[in-house]
Design a protein around this ligand. Structure first.
Ligand SMILES: Cc1ncc(C[n+]2csc(CCOP(=O)(O)OP(=O)(O)O)c2C)c(N)n1
Length: 311
């Protein structure tokens, strides 16, 4: 079948504009979001799975429980700003933006095609609602701190949230941004780190550890907390799959006084979360599900419609 003519299966009870409205149950939304990620990547034939599934509860919490935004007026000057610094998880962001009403869910079918607004990594010149183009790891926090500083200078009461991967914190530019944000006391800036402990191929084993096959990141967990605190940030830790807890942590971060420390929320997550065959498996970083796997995902997530998605 012609790729452009196919569309992801859509099990959602949608409103006419393709959104579901902010009152929907957030865990249910995350479950639906996960299926749309798997379906859309299968439909497109390319994309990432592990990172978007890891971040899905964080994205749902942000877009449905935290961010002050107007999907029908994406450039509203008083909106909160959100930057997905780990831009390879773009499909997770697009799914949640579609559910929130930025564009019709059916448009996900164009993901990663030539002239689509939904590029494989976020492109702010194409899709209204994106605050930055990302994908080259390490840059999102620098953009976020510039926005937060500018907002404070202009007296805007907006809050800027930036989501990073824990593997991404190996980029030196992250720490330059951490240092500058602390220097300027940007209490209106919050970094959310998706701490799943895995990245694309992980770290090579340390000398003597060759047989262990342990690809966990050395900065995951306690060492990341220590480093951020040493640079002058306030650090909160949260279960990154507990939507209510994430919303509460973000509210706490938003409450930081002007001129005080920026906040980092370390969200403990599982890469590939939600499907037994993707959880904790680095090889699903950017794998495409087969038709059989899409069907298995649908069953595991509790959706029985056959749908059209899948190769
Ligand atoms: C500067 C840069 N180097 C390498 C890559 C290739 N790359 C894409 S994702 C990724 C791993 C990212 O790991 P992490 O930040 O932990 O993301 P997650 O596990 O949440 O997907 C790498 C190395 C990139 N996009 N940018």
């Amino acid at each position: 079948m012609d790729r452009a003519a196919r569309r992801p299966a859509d099990p959602l009870p949608l409103t006419p504009d393709g959104g579901v409205g902010p009152q929907a149950d957030l865990d249910e939304l995350a479950r639906r979001g996960r299926l749309l990620v798997v379906d859309t990547v299968a439909h497109s034939g390319a994309g990432h799975i592990g990172g978007p599934l890891s971040a899905m509860d964080l994205l749902v919490a942000l877009y449905f429980g935290v961010l002050r935004i107007r999907p029908d007026e994406p450039d509203w000057p008083d909106r909160d700003r959100f930057i997905l610094s780990k831009g390879h998880s773009a499909i997770g962001l697009y799914v949640v933006m579609a559910l929130r009403g930025y564009f019709p869910v059916a448009e996900l079918a164009s993901f990663d095609t030539g002239d689509s607004r939904l590029q494989g990594h976020p492109d702010m010149t194409r899709l209204p609602g994106l605050e930055a183009s990302t994908g080259s790891l390490g840059q999102g926090l620098a953009v976020g701190l510039g926005i937060a500083l500018g907002a404070r200078m202009r007296g805007l009461g907006v809050h800027t949230f930036v989501m990073l991967g824990d593997g991404e914190t190996q980029e030196g530019m992250v720490w330059e941004s951490v240092m500058v944000a602390a220097k300027y006391g940007l209490g209106n800036l919050t970094a959310i780190v998706d701490c799943n402990g895995l990245q694309q191929y992980g770290w090579p084993p340390a000398p003597g550890d060759e047989g262990r096959g342990d690809r966990r990141d050395p900065l995951a967990g306690a060492r990341l907390r220590d480093a951020l605190e040493a640079f002058g940030w306030r650090v909160l830790e949260v279960d990154g799959h507990d939507v209510e807890a994430i919303v509460a942590a973000c509210a706490d971060a938003r409450g930081a006084a002007a001129g005080s420390q920026p906040t980092a929320i370390l969200a403990r997550t599982v890469k590939g979360r939600g499907l037994s065959f993707t959880e904790g498996r680095f090889e699903w970083h950017a794998r495409v599900a087969t038709a059989h796997e899409v069907a298995a995902a649908r069953l595991e997530l509790g959706f029985e419609h056959p749908g059209e998605a899948g190769p």
